[in-house]
Every structure is written in structure tokens, then in C-alpha cells.
Design a protein. Sequence first.
Length: 396
Amino acid sequence: MSRRRLLLRIVLLLMLTSSLIVLGLYGNPLSSLSKTFVWSPREPFDMPSSDGKQQTTTPKASLSNRTEVKLIIVTYMRSGSTLTGDLFSHHPDAFYAFEPLWAIHTFNRQKNETAFFLDKQPLPFKNLNQRQLEKADTSFIKDFLDCQFQAVNLRTLMAVWVLNMSITTRPFHNCTRNHPGVLGVERCLPLIQEACEGARVRSLKTIRFTMRQAVELVRNDPKVRVIHLLRDPRGTLRSQRRFGSFKFEDEGSNARWFCQRVLEDLSVSKQLKSAYPGRVLTVRYEDLAMKPLVFAERLLGFAGLKMDKQLEEYVLNITSRGLGDSCVICTQRNDSVRAASEWRQKINFRSVALVDATCKDVYRQMGYLPLSKEHQLRDLRVPSFVNSREVQGLWT
């Protein structure tokens, strides 16, 4: 063998060894998962096969009958949804998952990473069109609601901060920190499985799912209910920009996109309410902030749950006696009323005028009021929304 070929083999061997070390350090699913993958989503799902043709899979059987309600909170970034979800996270009869689509959207969709599973074939996202991406989201949401965690992508089961945001998924999160990698996920899986299957209400909150995507789940499963949660677009958009979601110069285009999305969701919500009475609830964050106990009871009641003394104390604590306002992503505030209207003291008046003009159809449907003068904006005695009883379709 020539010296040149020998050196080439040594280089290739070193590259392969380095790759295996990296895979082992970062817990790549292929490094420790030895079982055979079988693609088997809960709903029929069109996937591109190796020859480019579409193939359709078949659904699996449903799980435990103990669960009475499967609840989806459909909302938007910075709309008070974490506070709303906390009600279900802290209820003794509920299982709650925080942002189950976060890893899928952050890694698989945005970076075209292949998704790996415990009991399905890897799913290459770069080969999926928009319709298939939305179908994938719906399938993953259904997996969570059905406690089918073997079918949840491994990125989600290893998403440390997301799993730590709910009391009911935190034991699993803590376990996987002590037992990292795919083998750790398999070892710890019974913790999240039992918490989910043993709950009367299985709930989740997502800002990455539309009301249109929820239609299929409502139609196919009588246990599925949806809370559609909204906040004043001025407060939402100001908070999104503060969080780094978009740049100041993109404010106009982002406001148009956001309010169009809200209008589409409201339209689908109305259609679902007509077709499936009692299974969709439209909620305004400001009402919950103004009267936390009153509207928290209504949220829980929609899911068939009751407020107990311990949860009542928790609600009072996070809305009246909690932390300060300096933390962008905290759910606790000293005063939920002040937190809900804080944007009025800090937002640029030009931004308010822009959103008022862009989102007037959302205002009309949700009972928000334009603030045409800066002194009206800053004076909290001037209302920015009407009483919820005056808004048709709200809290119903």
C-alpha cells in the first residue's frame, strides 16, 4: 500500500472516530437507540416515500378512558398564555404540557433537522411541504393528548427548559437530567406517561398551532376542547418586540401579519362553535388579569375542573403577591392588573397609532378600543377595552 493511501485511511479513520465522539457527547438518538423504528402516527398522514410517491399510514387505537377532557390552549407569543396554562399545571386532576411544538419548530422545521423517535422511522423535515408540516404538527399535538410519548420526537423529550415549565412534566425533566441521552429518555418515560394517563384533564398550551389546525382534532375526538386566548394586540406586539421577536422597522408588516392571523383564528373559532357547541372558548387575557379568581374558575369549569383552596391561593399569589415585573418570561407579577396595562406607559405612541389602524377588525370583534391621543394612552382611567359582557362570542 502506498504511503499516500495509508495517510488517507488514517485521516478518514480519525474523522469517523471524531464523529462518533460528538454523537456520543450530544446524545444523538442514533448513538444509543438500537431498536427498530416503525412509523405509525395516530392519524392518517401522507409522507413522501423513497420513490417520491405519497404513502398513507393508519391510526393506532386510543388510550385510557380515565381522561374526560383533552384541552388545547391556542394562543400567541406574549399573550398571557403562560399564566393561563399555570392554572392547569397546578390543578391536581390535570396534566399540562408547555409548548410541545417548540423543539419541532426550533430545530426540525427551521433548521431542516430530521426528527427521531422511539417507535417510528426518522422523519426528514426538508422533504415536507407546508401541508405536511401542518399535518406533522397536528399529529404531534395528538400524540401529547393521547399520552403517546413513544411517538413524540426525541428533541421534544430532551427539551430541558420546556419540560421544566410544568409541574406535571418536571419529574420527567429531572429524571432525564440525571439520566441523559436516549436511554435516559426510555428509562424516565414512565414518569410522564403515568402522569398523563392518570389525569382527568390532559392539557397543553401552544403558540405554534392555529385554530384551523385544531379543526381535525375537534372533529375526530369528542373529548378535545379548545381555549382560544387573545390579548390586546398593542400589548402583545410591544412585548414581542421587547422579547426580540421582530425589529422596530418591521413593526408595520408584523402587525399586519399578526392581526390577519388573529382574524383567521377568530373566524375558525366561530365555525367550530357553531358545529361543536360547548367545545371552543374564546378568552381575553385582560379579563383574567382584572378578575383572576372569577375568570380562572370559568377557565377551569370549561375543562370540567373545580377551583380548590390551594389553587385559589396560588392564583392570588401569582396575580397579587408575586414577583416583580423585571423578568420578561416570568408568569408571576406583583399586580396582574398593572401587568396587563403596563404596555400603555412604555409603548411608543406611534406604535399604538399604527396598530390601531392595522388591527381595527380585531378590536371590533374582541372589544378593544383605539387610543387616538397620547394623553388617552397614558391615562389608565381611559379604558382600552369594553366589558366582556358587551362582546358577542367572548367567554362562550
